[in-house]
Design a protein around this ligand. Structure first.
Ligand code: ACO
Length: 401
């Protein structure tokens, strides 16, 4: 059936597919994923090659515009982003108003939404120029919001970026520069950050990306759609898993490191406990990102000279799960978030910030999916339901109920 016929089709049969396990919501030319074979490609390029050879800004360009940029295109893109990096001073008052205990994902989602008030021209954009403007604006300002959110969490004064640095090094500086000290570059940390951001950059129609597309389909605008995507990512079954993984590994370690006990808990159907960082809706063999991250975790910890006992707990769980019939039968393998938290921790990022780092990486994916949806002029997302409630019945006055 061609797409025009499908677009016009309403009424008649309604399919029901809880969790949309077998329902495609759109056609997309951005990310290819084969869950059985463990393949992930952005615009045709393998994730392995991109993680090794590209930097995050190139991947942003690739995802959003469809091709790897040449040198001039990349430089022009970077300059446009630098020119938009100022975040209105009034935004700091909003940040200040949050209690220190506020979860960084709530802060990030609110600040992204608040940006609309200070950038009204980015609300609903339709022309190519307006769209480009909104895209570079958010690519420029989002890292500032991320850095502010972390510095608030750590009780550090806010810092500003440096136009002479690369996109990722600038993020590193904004996040990590110590107050009243000279900026010290740490290439190991910058490279690890670059790789983690690339690995998280897109993952086709996951929960947060579908949220961005569906909110954007009402023409609510890019920033509002992104703010909704951040909220979707927050949940522990999605992006929040990276925080949950580390908390789980710490709890196992504190409890004596008995991984077998926690394997048994995860298999016990009367216990709601799940092994966080295991299982994936579409990868039923292995998560290719997890393979790359596992190697990166070993390298980063080695390079930084960190001996983290949490890594041993993680390796123990992975080994046992690979040999356990319950996990084998259900095809539950470590996902991207199983090892990312270990690296974030080694880089000095607070646990509650882990999902914010995921959002920073996923930003170009969300933008590219939103842009594709708008350029294809997709109709408003509006699923149907199968009604299972009461039939028609007469109203009963309050004193007769
Ligand atoms: N630990 C123990 N059992 C599990 C786990 C787990 N982590 N994940 C799934 N199962 C079991 C379920 O209990 C179920 O068993 P059953 O068939 O006996 O009832 C079976 O495996 C299938 O599980 P579903 O929840 O139906 O699988 P679904 O595809 O809906 O869920 C999900 C995928 C949400 C990722 C799930 O595996 C999970 O909760 N994992 C832990 C959270 C996590 O790591 N999330 C991050 C996902 S990746 C990301 O967002 C970047």
């Amino acid at each position: 059936v061609d797409i025009k016929t499908l677009r016009g089709a309403t009424g008649g049969l309604t399919t029901i597919d809880p969790g949309y396990k077998n329902t495609g919501s759109c056609e997309s030319a951005i990310t290819f994923l084969d869950g059985e074979k463990g393949i992930l490609r952005y615009r045709g390029y393998s994730i392995e090659e991109l993680a090794e050879k590209a930097d995050f800004l190139e991947v942003c360009y690739l995802l959003i515009f469809g091709e790897l940029p040449n040198k001039d295109q990349l430089e022009a893109f970077h300059i446009d982003i630098k020119n938009e990096s100022h975040v209105d001073e009034e935004m700091k008052k909003i940040l200040d108003a949050f209690p220190k205990s506020a979860h960084p994902m709530g802060i990030l989602s609110s600040l992204t939404s608040a940006l609309i008030a200070f950038n009204p021209t980015s609300v609903d954009v339709t022309s190519a120029d307006e769209m480009y403007g909104a895209i570079v604006r958010i690519l420029a300002k989002f890292p500032v919001l991320v850095a502010w959110t972390m510095r608030k969490k750590k009780g550090l004064p806010l810092d500003y970026g440096d136009d002479n640095l690369s996109y990722v090094e600038n993020i590193y500086k904004m996040m990590f520069k110590k107050p009243s000290k000279e900026y010290e570059k740490n290439q190991i940390v910058i490279d690890a950050l670059d790789k983690l951001l690339i690995l998280h950059a897109d993952h086709e129609q996951n929960c947060s990306t579908s949220t961005v597309r569906i909110v954007g389909s009402s023409h609510a605008g890019l920033f509002a759609s992104l703010s909704a995507g951040i909220s979707a990512l927050w949940g522990p079954l999605h992006g929040g898993a990276n925080q949950a993984v580390l908390e789980m590994l710490e709890a196992i370690q504190e409890d004596g490191g008995d991984t077998k006990k926690y394997m048994a808990k995860a298999k016990d159907k009367s216990d709601p406990f799940r092994l966080m960082g295991f299982g994936h809706r579409v990868y039923k063999n292995f998560d290719p990102r997890a393979k790359i991250i596992k190697v990166a975790a070993d390298e980063v910890l080695g390079d930084l000279g960190i001996d983290d006992p949490i890594l041993n707990v993680a390796k123990g769980l992975e080994k046992e799960a690979l040999e356990d019939q319950y996990f084998v039968d259900r095809k539950l393998y470590p996902n991207v978030d199983f090892y990312s938290g270990i690296i974030y921790r080694a880089l000095g990022i607070p646990t509650e910030m882990f999902t914010v780092m995921f959002a920073l990486g996923r930003l170009p994916g969300w933008i590219s999916q939103w842009r594709e949806m708008r350029l294809r002029n997709e109709p408003i997302g509006r699923p149907r339901q199968v009604y299972i409630g009461e039939n028609s019945r007469p109203f009963v006055e309050v004193d007769k109920r």
